[in-house]
Structure formats: C-alpha cells, structure tokens
Design a protein around this ligand. Structure first.
Ligand code: PMP
Ligand code: GLU
Length: 393
C-alpha cells in the first residue's frame, strides 16, 4: 500500500497522454501530436558538439551537486543581461529540468499545511508538487474574461494566514497569457506587503509574440526579489527537453536549502548535459529567434483554424506554444454515436476516432478547455485541423 501522501497525487495528464500516443503509434496509427509540449526542432549543432567534447574529455564524473561553477556563472550572466537581476553563483542551483527546480523550491519553502496559491488554469504538475511537499494547493480560478490573469483583488480573496507561496507562470502553460510589467508591479506590491513568496516559472520566457514582452516578476517588482525564486531552463528555448537541465536563482539561504534537497535526492544533474547547457547559454541566439518565428506562424495559423471550427472558442495566445480553446458549446452534442459530456471526453474522441492528440483541460484545472500544442510542423497542424473539421462537420 502506498503512503497516504501519494494517494492524493494524480498522474501527469501530459505525460499520460504522451504514453497513450506512443501506444497508438506503436500500433501503426498515424497520430497528429498536439499533446505534450516540446519543440519539434533538433537541439542546435553547436550545443551537441560541446556535449560530445565533454564525453570525449571525460567530463563524466560527479560534479558539485549544485552544478558546475562555469554554468552557475553563465546563469548569473543570463539573469543580469536578460532580466536585470543580479545574483551570485552561490544563489544559483542547477537541477534536472525546471520541473525539478520548482519541486526543490516547494520542498525548501513549504511547511506541512502551508497554503500555496496556484492560479488556474495551471500547469499540471504544480498542485501535485505542492501536495508532495506537504503543502495545500489553493486554486485561484481565472477565466477568459481577465485573459486568464490574476489581479491583486483576486489575490486578496485567496490569501489566508497560512499562505506561504504563490506559483507564478508567465508566459503561461496552458493559456499562453503574458503579464504586462504594470500588472506584475501591482501583483508584486501586494505579495511583498503580505510577505508571500513567489516561485516564478519563466520557462517560456523567449516564446512571446505579437509585441508581448516577458518580464520577470522581481524585475517588475524589485521589492519581491528577496521573496522570489526565479526558475528557468534550456528545454524550451534551445530545444533540449531530453537533456534535463533547469536552474533556479534566489536568496542564498533558500537556494542552499534547495541544494540540500537535491544533494540527498539526485546529486548533480547529468555532467554532460550541464556542459551542453553552458554552450546553449553562451552561444549565438540566432536559432532561438528562428524557432520563435516558426512558432509564431503556426500560432496564427492554428488559432485561425480553431476559431473557424464551430464550438471552439479562443483568442490568439501571446506566449508559450499552446492554444487553449473553450469547447463548452460542444458539450451535450452527439459525436460518432456518443454524447460528449465534457472536454475530457471530447479530447478522448479526437484521439480515439481521428488520432488527433490534445490534452484535456481537467488536468490544468480547466474542465471546459482543451490544450493544443503548436510545437509541430505546419503540415501536421493542417492535417490535424482538417481531421477535426471533418469529424465535427
Ligand atoms: N514549467 C512549465 C510551465 C512547463 O510547461 C514545463 C515543461 N514541461 C516545465 C516547467 C518543465 O520544463 P523542464 O523540466 O523540461 O525544464
Ligand atoms: N511542458 C510540457 C507540457 O506541459 C511537457 C510535459 C510535462 O513535463 O508535463 O506538455
């Protein structure tokens, strides 16, 4: 029998879907994959070459648990240049992906029973990580009306004497919303006044479109810097999801505590991947820009196609690589002899009937929505949209 704590934990909706897609593919089904969100581009050659050099140079032993000094220094430079945030290498921790960085931060900050505000729609892993760390996720529902954004007034209602942390994600997975500097400054002022910590998940930092700019919360609200752990990584920006490198920066004592968690759980992130991540951070930015241009074209195309399918309601997202239509109008309709009872069932019908994989919204705290990732080729997007239109037509 598993522990009481684990009985409260749901499996990851994104990774579960990915597993089902792989099963269908193994059966020879031609699945159009809008499910798990990862760039479809290969890791750039200049990064791969440094990893090969690391292997050949026998950089294959344990590293300091917190990461190689060269990479921690490069992360400081990145934060200073991109975000105007000054950190010492001792305030930086290299982990096994941003997911791991966020988990370390929850474990280091949350006491048993502490409340963590999780704005919904949320990335699937946040509430489960909070529970694993002994905290209580307090879901703060947002809707299309505020562009899925939290306001200080909404925070006021969610805060209690047990509130310890808010998890904050802009650009957002799954909604694609991007907070403006003014919105961040207002939220930051409220959080600082109440002494609430922020874990800022900036993983989609570079993936912004249509004039939107990413600004980190403590950049817009400097009073939040002593209360913020800023998380980022190389997965999305450099097409390095499988290499598993993320990083966090924040006040020395919290980063040190996160390092202690990591020392006992995993030791260092893979040595070779750390050298590859160093090459990514120090390398030219051209490939990132090319990827963003390609995502932008796909974003516009996919949004338009979805908007033209009766029953799918969405606006064009400003960041990340997801479109998140509301499908409430399709609930109650008959499809292939079945009555659609919720968005999850619709997603299941799309997958099982026309082999289009998209993640049902319930895992994100949005039971009326479905998430489509456009981190795939234009041809696939066209094919997937055609199949949905045909099914619903
Ligand atoms: N945060 C968000 C919002 C994400 O979508 C992802 C992607 N899985 C991550 C964190 C984690 O990224 P990784 O662990 O690959 O660095
Ligand atoms: N960020 C991706 C997604 O949400 C990766 C899957 C995951 O790590 O959950 O689909």
């Amino acid at each position: 029998m598993v522990s009481d704590r684990l009985q409260l934990i749901s499996p990851s909706a994104t990774l579960q879907l990915n597993a089902r897609v792989q099963e269908l593919a193994a059966e020879g089904k031609d699945v159009v994959k809008f499910g798990v969100g990862e760039p479809d581009f290969p890791t750039p050659d200049y990064i791969k070459e440094k990893a090969i050099e690391a292997i050949e140079g026998n950089k294959t032993t344990y590293t300091p648990a917190s990461g190689i000094p060269e990479l921690r220094k490069a992360v400081c430079k990145k934060f200073a240049e991109d975000n105007g945030l000054e950190y010492e290498p001792s305030q930086v921790l290299i982990s096994v992906g941003a997911k791991h960085s966020i988990y370390n931060a929850f474990v280091a900050l949350v006491n048993d029973g502490d409340e963590v505000i999780v704005p919904a729609p949320y990335w699937v892993s946040y509430p489960e990580q909070v529970k694993l760390a002994g905290g209580v996720p307090v879901i703060l529902q947002t809707t299309e009306e505020t562009d899925f954004k939290v306001t200080p007034e909404m925070l006021e209602d969610a805060v209690s004497s047990r509130t310890r942390v808010i998890i904050f994600n802009s650009p957002s997975n799954p909604t694609g919303s991007v907070y403006t500097p003014d919105e961040l400054a207002a939220l930051g002022a409220f959080l600082a006044e109440h002494g609430i910590w922020a874990i800022c998940d900036d993983i989609y930092e570079y993936l912004v479109y249509d004039g939107a700019v990413h600004v980190s919360l403590p950049t817009a609200a400097p009073e939040m810097k002593p209360l913020s752990v800023v998380v980022n990584g190389v997965s999305k920006a450099y097409a390095m999801t499988g290499w598993r490198i993320g990083y966090a920066a924040g006040p020395t004592d919290v980063i040190k505590a996160m390092g202690t968690v990591q020392e006992h759980a995993t030791s260092n992130a893979t040595s070779i991947s750390q050298w590859a991540a160093l090459a990514a951070l120090e390398g030219p930015k051209g490939t990132v820009e090319e990827m963003v241009r390609a995502f932008d074209e796909r974003r516009i195309y996919m949004t338009e196609r979805l908007q033209n399918i009766p029953g799918f309601e969405c606006t064009a997202p400003k960041g990340a690589f997801y479109v998140f239509p509301n499908v409430r109008q399709l609930i109650g309709q008959k499809m292939d002899g079945r009555t659609i009872t919720d968005a999850d069932m619709l997603a299941e019908v799309l997958l099982e009937e026309v082999y289009v994989a998209a993640v049902p919204g319930s895992g994100f705290g949005a039971p009326e929505n479905i998430r489509f990732s456009y981190a795939t080729s234009m041809d696939k997007i066209e094919e997937g949209m055609d199949r949905i239109e045909k099914l619903l037509g």
